[in-house]
Unconditional design. Structure first.
Length: 421
C-alpha cells in the first residue's frame, strides 16, 4: 500500500477515495446485542401489559384487579407470545453464564460472583418492598384504611418474579456444575419432575405440592439458557480478526433448530391446552385456573416455543440494531433504564390511578371491556408513564444500566448495574 494511502488525512481536507475504500466497517459489539434486546423487550412487554390490560375496580373492600382475558373470547392465544418471562429467564441465564466465564478468567470465586450478580437486583427490589410496606402500615394505621394492605400487595406483586430469578442466580454454582456434568439430562429431569408435580396436583389433589414447580419449571427455563449458544450456533459463528462474533450470523443448522423448537413447543402447547387439563392463557385470569401461579408444564412448552421464535427472528433484529436508526436508539435507551422502569412501573401506575380517582371518582374504570376501552389502550400508558418517570428520577437513577462501551474497550458489560450519581 502506498504511503499516501497510509498517511493520516490532514484536518479540514477531504479524504481520498482510496482512503474511504480502505476504511474499516463499523466495529461489532463484543457483548451479544440480541440477548440484551430480548431481556429488555421481555420487561417492556410485562410493563405495557400491566399498564394497558390491568382493569382496576374499586369494590366494597378496596381496589382489586381483573383482566380483559376473562371477558374476551380467544384473547388468551395472544399470551403465547406476550407471556415472555420464559425468555427473560433463558437469556438471563445465558448472559450470567458469559459474565461468569469472564469473571472466572480474572480469578473470581463462583459464590462471590453469584452473590454480586444477585445483589445488583436484590438491593433495589428490597428497597422498593420495604418502602411500600412501611408506607402501607403508616397510611393504613393513621387513616384507618382496611384496604391499604391489599393495595400494597398489588403494587409489589411483580416482585415474585424478581425473587424467583434471584434464587436461580444464587444457585448458579450448583446449576452450572450440573450443566457441565450432566448436560441435557438436567433438562429431562426437571421437565419430568414438573410433570410429576402436575400429576400429583390435578389427579390426586395433594395440597401445596404445586409450588414445587416454582423450582422445576423456572429452573428448566433458567437451565435452558445454558444451551443458548449451542442452540444459536454462536460458538461457531464467523469472527472478525479481533475475535468479535458476527452476532447476525445464523447457520443452516441453527435455522433448522429454530423451526424444531418453534413447532415442537407449539404442538406441545396445543396438545396440553386442548386436552382440557390446562387453561389456554399463559397469564393469570381472576376466577380461572392458572398456568403461572404456580407454573405448570405448559410454561415448559412455552419456553421451548418462544426460544424457537426468538432464534428465528434473531438475524433480522441484530441487523436492525446494527443500523443505528430509531429502532436501535430506542432499544438502547430502554435497555439503559429497563431495571428501574420495571421496578417502579407499578408504583407509577398506583400514583396515576390515585390521581385519576381523586379527580374523576372511583367509577372511571369499565368493569367489562368495550370498543372505546380497547381504542383507549394506547393512551392508557401515558398516565402511568408520566407518574413513573419522576419516581425513577428521584429513586431509580442509581440502578440504571451503564452505557455500552466501545467494542475495543475492556469495560464492564452493558448489563452491569452501577451507581450513576
Amino acid at each position: 500500500m502506498s504511503e499516501s494511502t497510509d498517511a493520516a488525512v490532514p484536518a479540514g481536507s477531504t479524504p481520498s477515495p482510496a482512503a474511504v475504500g480502505d476504511a474499516a466497517p463499523p466495529a461489532r459489539p463484543r457483548r451479544d446485542p440480541y440477548a440484551d434486546f430480548l431481556r429488555s423487550f421481555s420487561l417492556l412487554v410485562v410493563i405495557l401489559w400491566h399498564w394497558c390490560f390491568t382493569i382496576l375496580i374499586w369494590g366494597d373492600d378496596g381496589p382489586f384487579a381483573t383482566s380483559p382475558l376473562g371477558f374476551t373470547s380467544g384473547l388468551w392465544i395472544a399470551t403465547w407470545l406476550l407471556q415472555v418471562l420464559p425468555v427473560f429467564f433463558i437469556t438471563g441465564a445465558y448472559v450470567h453464564l458469559k459474565s461468569w466465564e469472564r469473571s472466572s478468567a480474572r480469578g473470581e470465586r463462583f459464590w462471590h460472583f453469584a452473590r454480586r450478580q444477585a445483589g445488583s437486583l436484590a438491593v433495589p427490589s428490597a428497597a422498593l418492598l420495604v418502602t411500600w410496606v412501611v408506607l402501607g402500615i403508616v397510611v393504613g394505621t393513621v387513616f384507618d384504611l382496611d384496604w391499604m394492605g391489599r393495595a400494597v400487595l398489588m403494587v409489589v406483586s411483580p416482585l415474585w418474579f424478581v425473587a424467583t430469578y434471584l434464587f436461580f442466580v444464587l444457585m448458579m454454582p450448583i446449576t452450572v456444575w450440573l450443566h457441565r456434568r450432566y448436560d441435557s439430562l438436567v433438562l429431562v429431569v426437571l421437565a419430568g419432575l414438573a410433570v410429576v408435580v402436575d400429576l400429583l396436583r390435578f389427579r390426586y389433589d395433594i395440597p401445596y405440592v404445586e409450588w414445587l414447580n416454582m423450582v422445576f419449571v423456572w429452573g428448566f427455563c433458567f437451565q435452558l439458557g445454558y444451551f443458548y449458544r449451542r442452540v444459536t450456533g454462536l460458538d461457531s459463528a464467523p469472527r472478525d480478526v479481533d475475535g468479535t462474533v458476527d452476532w447476525a450470523a445464523q447457520s443452516p443448522r441453527a435455522r433448522q433448530g429454530s423451526r424444531v423448537f418453534t413447532l415442537s413447543g407449539l404442538f406441545a402447547l396445543v396438545g396440553l391446552v386442548f386436552s382440557g387439563l390446562y387453561p389456554g392463557s399463559m397469564v393469570g385470569v381472576p376466577g380461572q385456573g392458572s398456568n403461572m401461579a404456580p407454573p405448570t408444564v405448559c410454561i415448559l412448552a412455552l419456553a421451548v416455543f418462544q426460544l424457537g421464535v426468538a432464534e428465528w427472528i434473531r438475524p433480522r433484529v441484530v441487523r436492525a440494531l446494527g443500523h443505528g436508526g430509531l429502532f436501535a436508539r430506542t432499544t438502547a435507551l430502554f435497555t439503559r433504564f429497563a431495571l428501574p422502569l420495571f421496578l417502579f412501573h407499578t408504583t407509577g401506575m398506583a400514583l396515576s390511578r390515585a390521581i385519576e380517582w381523586t379527580i374523576f371518582g372511583r367509577d372511571t374504570e369499565m368493569t367489562v371491556p368495550t370498543l372505546s376501552w380497547w381504542l383507549m389502550r394506547p393512551v392508557s400508558i401515558v398516565g402511568p408513564l408520566l407518574c413513573t418517570l419522576p419516581v425513577i428520577y428521584l429513586f431509580g437513577r442509581r440502578w440504571r444500566t451503564r452505557r455500552a462501551v466501545p467494542s475495543g474497550a475492556a469495560g464492564a458489560p452493558v448489563g452491569d448495574r452501577t451507581r450513576t450519581g
